[in-house]
Design a protein around this ligand. Sequence first.
Ligand SMILES: Cc1cc2nc3c(=O)[nH]c(=O)nc-3n(C[C@H](O)[C@H](O)[C@H](O)COP(=O)(O)OP(=O)(O)OC[C@H]3O[C@@H](n4cnc5c(N)ncnc54)[C@H](O)[C@@H]3O)c2cc1C
Length: 227
Amino acid sequence: MAEKLTPDLCVIGAGAAGLSLAAAAATLGVPVVLVEKGRLGGEHLNTGCVPSKAMIAAGNRAEAMRAAAPFGVKSTTPTIEFDEVNDHIHRVISAVAPNDAKERIAGFGVRVIEGEARFLDGKTVVVGPEPDIKFEIKARRFVIATGSRPIVPTISGIEQVPYLTNENAFETRERPKHLKTRWGETPNKEWCTTNSAWFIATWVPAARPRHTSNRPSQTGSRIKLSR
Ligand SMILES: Cc1cc2nc3c(=O)[nH]c(=O)nc-3n(C[C@H](O)[C@H](O)[C@H](O)COP(=O)(O)OP(=O)(O)OC[C@H]3O[C@@H](n4cnc5c(N)ncnc54)[C@H](O)[C@@H]3O)c2cc1C
């Protein structure tokens, strides 16, 4: 038997947008239900901002070792332990995760439900597969904060290539020998400059040269433009 809920606000998606909205509304005294089908924190915490900044921080350390000479410090070529860089990335995610944890968000007064939300009709969202619907939510307002997903471009033969998107890139524990990237804006630029810090040969499409503008000059010199 489904539990019936009638909050003022039902937010679908606990990424950066859904979490902040739900917490802010609850703090103002609004009854809020937040539904998340995957990991709380969404892209920001798990596959976007946080892991990419952790990776950049590691890349900056490597680059500083190579480029220390102008400061009167002997430059050296760092040894990159790629799996340990990955451990560092996941330690940073774990350190930030409590901010987005279910317990913390519930502490603001938000009812957090884990599961996939779907609309039954214009006024009802349900969670749980038929016939085992766990929750039936009739809210005064619904907010759809379900974010986005990477698209895989239609490139002939791509099925044979072990391609990465932001959803699996931060799980890579083995250092790839080379990377070729497709468009994207800031995340792609970060990805290229940081990976070149590991001496991975990195190509970006020349058709979008702005990807490489304001890159760190040292790492940027190892990035190749391609067509
Ligand atoms: C590599 C990279 C680096 C980035 N760096 C930055 C940066 O430095 N600064 C910056 O501002 N932005 C950055 N971004 C962008 C930023 O991560 C996103 O803009 C932001 O996280 C999007 O948040 P969101 O809440 O809209 O969506 P998401 O974080 O995608 O959250 C949506 C949530 O909805 C859930 N969901 C989807 N469908 C359902 C359903 N039916 N039922 C229940 N739950 C559902 C998903 O599981 C997900 O958790 C970066 C992105 C990437 C990829």
